[in-house]
Design a protein around this ligand. Structure first.
Ligand SMILES: Nc1nc2c(ncn2[C@@H]2O[C@H](COP(=O)(O)OP(=O)(O)OP(=O)(O)O)[C@@H](O)[C@H]2O)c(=O)[nH]1
Ligand SMILES: O=C([O-])CC(=O)C(=O)O
Ligand SMILES: [Mn+2]
Length: 601
């Protein structure tokens, strides 16, 4: 196949990778429907993909991963900056030359028996000033098809970079060469100790080896749009954040834009598409995972979603929780690690409908309620099973979601999963306290990463696994952005939908979260006062309406409680955590810590 480019930098890189990885053939991708259909047909033929029932789930496919390759691997993810101190205490670091040497050894011959695909793609609307052009080289057709959904794959990118050399090279291999005559497995990947998800921030370069899973293999997403982009944004004065973006419109038609940072599997996709229960107010989606934000000419902060699809958590997605996500994956969707039912549709836990049985994510025959040898119920879908759905197929996607100008952000929301201590909502006194709140956000572990342990962890701005440089410098960057934006900076809030009493959630969540969003909008508009507490501003009784909800008074009290003693303990933990930032800890963080301690008494 002749190359559809004359760009020397690109051709040299492709030749170098081809010589190193020795694929059987090289294919330049164009992002066309024909390409998608052809690759899917090949994967159905080989047994890697299951074509779903065309009537029930048009143009959709299911994949089951290797049981070891189901989530991001933070212990195998590296920020290989030239200087170790630039990676900071939240990242794994290896000297870039040493890491490249190790990885070149792994890449050597790694595509033998496979096809090398070259994928030109754009993060952000193609050709727009805010977009980034990139090329992913991969030996996985699954990755190519997912990139078609999650990014904008087009030869237009090749035209745009023809003269500029301005593209981000992303190299990926599943790390499983095929010997002569060797039959492929359904989901090739390398063992954990050979997996490397590597970033070279000074070169804007990404090398990934050994995993086929989303966040490790679809390199436009976490690797480019968060890790590499956050490092660029820190240098250049903008922001790349793990945030959903939504528009909330009131009955008079006034629009509010919200960007919210919750850690992986903590509710971004759900909030981004919520069905408002506040009469006359409606939510429309702009993005569900990543926000790129820049100050506009008017001094406000404008956000775009650089992605083109949703790589969403399947379990829990149901008609009662997130009907808009269900609609988005009603067609043209790739499912990974869900149950394939007998009639070739999909199912997962807490989908809100019964399942007669089928094939589970490990490819075994499965019936609901089945137990393993130890008597534990066997889940049909993996807890981190995912759907890759086109944003355009979401019924509540904003008509102007692809506007390269972005939307002006009024409200920042931080949060995480905490079964206690953190109240339903509180507001920061000012932006600097907001930065403190975001920087000390904490969450209990989820299934989205394999190796984060079982303890509560601090997860600054939900970005711990995604900050491409020193987290102390990153916090300082937040303060700097606040100074730049001045009184036009978004108002900051902290929420927790996940308080529990035993097994039961105290707050109904999902669509009812619109009540909390409305209170935030009322605060922004100055329509309601708030009461001062040591941790921030909280709703005055009655302002956050509970009409029609059946929440016992004692539950509401727990939801809104500021437990001073528990907060003091949290502050002590935060101090310990922040100590590892050393002299990179912004003075403003220490100042906020001291102020909070004083308020708590
Ligand atoms: N109880 C409760 N659960 C929720 C709520 N919102 C989301 N969840 C559950 O939290 C899990 C993860 O939610 P998502 O919205 O997919 O998380 P995310 O932040 O988009 O995750 P990533 O894609 O990993 O970044 C799902 O199982 C949801 O059902 C809520 O308001 N209340
Ligand atoms: O990266 C992934 O695989 C999915 C995701 O959004 C996350 O983990 O935050
Ligand atoms: Mn995410």
């Amino acid at each position: 196949m002749s190359a559809p480019t004359t760009n020397k930098k690109l051709l040299d890189w492709v030749a170098e990778v081809e010589a190193m990885c020795t694929p059987d053939q090289v294919v330049w991708c164009d992002g066309s429907k024909e390409e998608y259909d052809r690759l899917m047909a090949e994967m159905v033929e080989s047994g890697a993909a299951i074509k779903l029932n065309e009537e029930k789930r048009p143009n959709s496919f299911a994949f089951n991963s290797d049981p070891s390759d189901v989530a991001r691997v933070e212990n195998r993810t590296y920020i290989a900056s030239v200087k170790e101190e630039d990676a900071g205490p939240t990242n794994n670091w290896i000297d870039p030359e040493e890491l490249k040497e190790t990885m070149r050894g792994l890449y050597k011959g790694c595509m033998k028996g496979r096809t090398m695909y070259i994928i030109p793609f754009s993060m952000g609307p193609v050709g727009s000033p805010i977009a980034k052009n990139a090329i992913e080289i991969t030996d996985s057709a699954y990755v190519v098809c997912n990139m078609h959904i999650m990014t904008r794959v087009t030869t237009e990118v090749l035209r745009l970079i023809e003269k500029t050399d301005d593209f981000i090279p992303c190299l990926h291999s599943v790390g499983a060469p095929l010997e002569e005559g060797q039959k492929d497995v359904r989901w090739p990947c390398a063992p954990i100790e050979k997996k490397y998800i590597a970033h070279f921030p000074e070169e804007n370069l990404i090398w990934s080896f050994g995993s086929g899973y989303g966040g490790n293999a679809l390199l436009g997403k976490k690797c480019l749009a968060l890790r590499i982009a956050s490092a660029m944004a820190g240098r250049e004065g903008w922001m790349a954040e793990h945030m959903l973006i939504l528009r909330f419109t009131n009955p008079e038609g006034k629009k509010f834009h919200v960007a919210a940072a919750f850690p992986s599997a903590c509710g971004k996709t759900n909030l981004a598409m919520l069905q408002s229960t506040v009469p006359g107010w409606k939510v429309e989606t702009i993005g569900d995972d990543i926000a790129w934000m820049k100050p506009g000419a008017d001094g406000r902060l404008y956000a775009i979603n650089p992605e083109a699809g949703f790589f969403g958590v399947a379990p829990g997605t149901a008609e009662y929780s997130n009907p808009m996500a269900l609609a988005a994956c009603s067609k043209d969707t790739i499912f990974t690690n869900v149950v394939v039912t007998e009639d070739k549709d999909v199912w997962w836990e807490d989908m809100g409908i019964d399942c007669a049985g089928g094939t589970d994510w490990k490819n075994n025959p499965w019936k609901p309620g089945m137990k393993d040898a130890d008597g534990n119920t066997i889940k049909g879908a993996h807890p981190n099973s995912r759907f890759s759905a086109r944003a355009a197929n979401c019924p509540v996607i904003c008509a102007d979601w692809e506007d390269p100008a972005g939307v002006p952000i009024d409200i920042f929301v931080f949060g995480g999963k905490r079964t206690s201590v953190m109240p339903l909502v509180h507001e920061a006194f000012d932006f600097e306290q907001g930065v403190y709140m975001g920087a000390t956000a904490s969450s209990e572990p989820t299934a989205a990463a394999l190796d984060v342990g079982a303890k509560l962890r601090f997860d600054p701005f939900a970005m711990t696994p995604f900050i491409g440089y020193h987290a102390g410098d990153y916090m300082q960057h937040w303060f700097d952005m606040g100074e730049k934006l001045g009184d036009k900076a978004p108002r900051c809030f902290y929420v927790n939908w996940f308080q529990k009493d035993g097994k039961k959630f105290l707050w109904p969540g999902f669509g009812e979260n619109s009540r909390v969003l409305k209170w935030m909008c009322d605060r922004v508009e100055g329509k309601v006062e708030a009461r001062e507490t040591p941790i921030g501003l909280m709703p005055i009784d009655g302002d956050l309406t509970l009409d029609g909800l059946d929440i016992p008074a004692e539950d509401w009290e727990k939801l809104m409680k500021v437990d001073t003693e528990a907060f003091k303990a949290t502050v002590a933990d935060a101090k310990d955590y922040l100590a590892k930032f050393g002299d990179k800890l912004p003075a403003k963080m220490t100042e906020q810590l001291e102020k909070l301690e004083a308020r708590l008494g």
